[in-house]
Write a protein that binds this ligand. Structure first.
Ligand SMILES: [Zn+2]
Length: 116
């Protein structure tokens, strides 16, 4: 395997050295095929947590805006509401959640903006 690759490269390289015009077409037969064809390492780097809607799991139907401890889990340090794709909350619950957070903000249970 390795021998063949080396031999095949040599003549191509010798021919192509002076021809600048052919360089554009060359990358297909690149001098080092090993680089582009390298095997992927390991696959996934990040371990994906299985996301489940917390409210569905705990069967919380109505989200109370006074429950700061609960709402706080879905508010980032900056005061922003954490997006659904990060928390895994389902759409209907996220909607209620955001409403509850906004209500909580108005009575100063949660910050509109924390420290940016
Ligand atoms: Zn849900």
């Amino acid at each position: 395997m390795a021998d063949e690759t080396t031999r095949a490269q040599a003549p191509a390289g010798a021919n192509g050295v002076e021809q600048t015009a052919s360089v554009a077409a060359a990358p297909m037969r690149g001098p080092r095929p090993q680089r582009s064809g390298g095997p992927r390492e390991g696959g996934r780097k990040y371990f994906r947590r299985k996301k489940v809607c917390k409210f569905c799991v705990e069967k919380i139907d109505s989200i109370n805006y006074k429950d700061v401890r609960l709402l706080g889990q879905f508010v980032a340090e900056s005061g922003k509401i954490v997006p659904r794709r990060l928390t895994g909350v389902c759409t209907p619950h996220q909607r209620r959640l955001s409403t509850a957070i906004k209500q909580a903000r108005n009575i100063a249970l949660l910050p509109f903006a924390g420290r940016a």
